[in-house]
Each structure stands twice: as C-alpha cells, then as structure tokens.
Design a protein around this ligand. Structure first.
Ligand SMILES: Nc1ncnc2c1ncn2[C@@H]1O[C@H](COP(=O)(O)OP(=O)(O)OP(=O)(O)O)[C@@H](O)[C@H]1O
Ligand SMILES: [Mg+2]
Length: 375
C-alpha cells in the first residue's frame, strides 16, 4: 500500500478507470485507498451513472483479495426467487427445473468480493440471509439444509436513499447498519463540473482511437453548455452523448448547436419519463418549470421593452415578468408564474400550458394545488 499511497491521486484514480480532477473525486480516491486493505463492508451511494461500480472495482483491485473474483450482482434485475438462487445457489430438486446442484454468486466470489448493486431492491427473506452472511459468514443454498461457509467481502450500492427505506420499513435497520460501516457517496456530475472538460477530452480521445471518423474537439460555447447541463444520467450520459456526436459531428468540432439539439431532445424525453432522471416527478417538474420561468422571463422583458418603447406615453401597466428572488421559494415563484401566464392568455389553459412547457394535466394539478381557480 505504501507504494500506492505515493502514487499521485490522479494516477491512482486513473488506475481505477476514474477520470476527473474535482476535490470530490480526490476524496473518493482517498476513501478507496483507506478501505481497500481492510475487509470492511462498504456501501456506495450515488445517482445512476456516477461510477459506483468503478469505485467498487477500485476497492477490490487494491485489496489483498485482488487475485480472486470480483462478482457483480444486480439485485434489481431479478424476481425474488430467481435472485435468491442466483446469489446463494440451489440444491438438486429445490424447485421444478433444479435438476442439479448449482453454485450461487456468493460461492463463486469466495475469497474475493461481491458487489451487490441496487441493494434497496432486495426483499425481506434475502435481507435475512445477507445479514447472516455478514454476521456468521454462512448461508443455506435454496432447498439446502447444510450451512455453506464463505469468505466474501461485500460492497453494496444503491441510488436510493436507504435510510428512508429503513424508516419506511422496507429495509431492515440491522442490515443497513451492517452494510454501511463505511459509506462512500459519489456526487452527481453536475455538482463536480470540474470533471466535465477532462472527461470530455478523455472520452473523445478514446472514441477517436477506435473510429476512422474523428471528433476534432469542442468549441468554447459548446463546452459552456456541457458545463451547464444537469446530466441526469451522469458520466454514462456524457459518454453516450459523445458517442452519438461521433456520428453527427464526425470530422469537425462539436458546436453549441449540437449540444442544444441534444439537450432539447433530452428535456422532451424527461418530460414524459421524469422517473428515469433519478429525480422525483415533482423535482423534475420543478426544474422544467424553473427553466421555462427563466426563458419566459427573458421573452417577457424583451416584449415589455418593445411595448414600452412603442407606447412610452401611456401610463404604466402591471408588469408581467416574474422576478427570480432568492428569498422566495420555488413554489411561490411557480405559483406567480402560472398565475401571470394564465392572466396573460385570458385564462386559456391550453395556451398557458404550452407557454410554460408543461402538460395540460400538470397545469390543472398545479392550479388546484395553488388554489388558482377563478371564482
Ligand atoms: N469518473 C469516471 N471516469 C471515467 N468513466 C466513468 C467515470 N464515472 C463513470 N464512468 C463510466 O460511466 C459508466 C457508468 O459507470 P458505473 O456503471 O460505474 O455507474 P453506476 O453508478 O454503477 O451506475 P448505475 O447505478 O446505473 O449502475 C461506465 O461506463 C463507467 O466506466
Ligand atoms: Mg452500476
């Protein structure tokens, strides 16, 4: 480990496949180095695409277990019964179709590390079995009566708030405490924008190496937009964007126009599928409304300016713009925006929804929520 510690953080991060130079990522590098030599159970949290699996592999590859298996199991990908036999294996005749005994992932990971992704999805029966492995290092295969002993280090990951799952009673608190002896939280990409340029150039370099077509670079305006976008799919989404750019912007620079086109498309998709962004429907809606609000504010002030210039002699009318006031809550701004927009279009909800960039049903709900119905 001493030699590893002497390596510069950047090189260490690179050895884990983690590109970036933000303080947040450096702290993660430190955490990996600290826990790697131990057998401590680690839980990694972070939105989808932030690099949870890379961190888990980094821990394994720098641990004394590195010459044994690293096995990743996605707990969200299987039905309960299937997951149980995937993880713990089954005995012959344990269920219809179990024609022979089969080893589970825990046995295959013996002496190595098992990475349990989407841990929040596991059901109570499996939670009990996991707890027993953590406490006694033993478990029963499905249909088995004899304990099987394993020496496996567990690293768990989730993009859900496990503490909330515990509060709601869907996740055992004793298991939660066992799993999160050490917690590593990977912040979303939008909160560590320092990583974006280096990630962009690193991905471009790799993509160019593999393709006869090349991306020449990214214009300054385009980079500014990449820094501002909220990247709900994090690093994975950034890489996907660049991969698609290889098709559309081959043999030229990626320009602001290309990024804008991409963002527009994503916002459309998110509008229909807010859950896939990793945010709640309300949070996603708030963000969209907030964006619409900023855009509308610009349009209205331009219109107002024209209007005032044309009819500067007339007495002042009530302003239709909505101030973005830091001391006012997003709800209040949203309410004001919806109210003013409705007045502006004479109560026509279809028009108002269009201007606001939200669905009519959402608008109806907001009108109810804020008590904006006309008497
Ligand atoms: N800092 C980084 N540098 C380089 N590549 C990264 C970085 N972070 C993530 N990636 C890449 O982004 C993709 C997603 O990473 P990973 O699978 O580790 O994310 P995750 O957090 O496990 O996501 P999910 O919750 O969706 O499973 C991978 O292709 C990974 O190589
Ligand atoms: Mg993953």
């Amino acid at each position: 480990m001493k030699v590893k510690k002497l390596l510069k953080e950047k090189e260490f991060l690179e050895s884990c496949g983690l590109v970036g130079k933000s303080e947040e990522l450096k702290k993660i590098a430190e955490a990996i180095l600290q826990v790697a030599p131990t057998n401590i159970t680690v839980s990694i949290t972070g939105e989808s695409g932030t690099g949870k699996e890379l961190v888990a592999r980094g821990i394994h590859n720098n641990s004394p277990r590195k010459d044994y298996s690293f096995i990743a199991a996605n707990c969200g990908a299987f039905a309960e019964g299937v997951l149980e036999s995937e993880l713990f294996g089954h005995e012959r005749g344990a269920f219809t179709g179990a024609i022979s005994r089969r080893e589970g992932l825990f046995e295959r990971a013996d002496k190595g590390t098992i990475f349990l992704d989407e841990i929040a999805e596991i059901k109570p029966a499996i939670q009990v079995k996991l707890l027993r492995i953590l406490e006694e290092k033993t478990f029963l295969r499905v249909g088995g009566v004899k304990d099987v002993k394993v020496d496996v280090r567990i690293i768990a990951a989730t993009n859900k708030d496990l503490e909330r799952e515990v509060e709601m009673g869907s996740f055992r608190s004793d298991l939660y405490f066992r799993l999160s002896v050490v917690k590593i939280d990977i912040p979303p990409l939008r909160e560590r924008t320092r990583d974006i340029p280096i990630l962009v150039y690193d991905f471009i370099q790799k993509l160019n190496q593999e393709s006869p077509k090349k991306i020449l670079g990214v214009t300054e305006e385009a980079m500014e937009l990449l820094l501002k976008y909220h990247w709900p799919g994090n690093v994975r989404e950034l890489r996907n964007f660049l991969e698609s750019s290889l098709v559309f912007s081959a043999d030229r620079y990626i320009e602001a126009q290309d990024v804008l086109k991409y963002i527009d498309k994503q916002v459309q998709i998110e509008r229909h599928l807010p859950v896939i962004t990793g945010k709640s429907v309300t949070a996603a809606e708030h963000e969209l409304i907030y964006q619409a609000l900023l855009g509308l504010r610009k349009e209205i002030s331009a219109l107002r300016k024209e209007f005032l210039e044309e009819r500067s002699s007339e007495p002042k009318k009530e302003s239709k713009s909505v101030e973005v006031k830091p001391q006012v809550s997003l709800e209040e701004m949203e309410k004001e925006l919806i109210d003013k927009t409705l007045k502006m279009v004479g109560g026509n909800r279809k028009k108002a929804a269009k201007i606001l960039g939200i669905g009519e049903r959402t608008l109806y709900r907001k009108i109810d929520q804020y008590g904006l119905r006309e008497p």
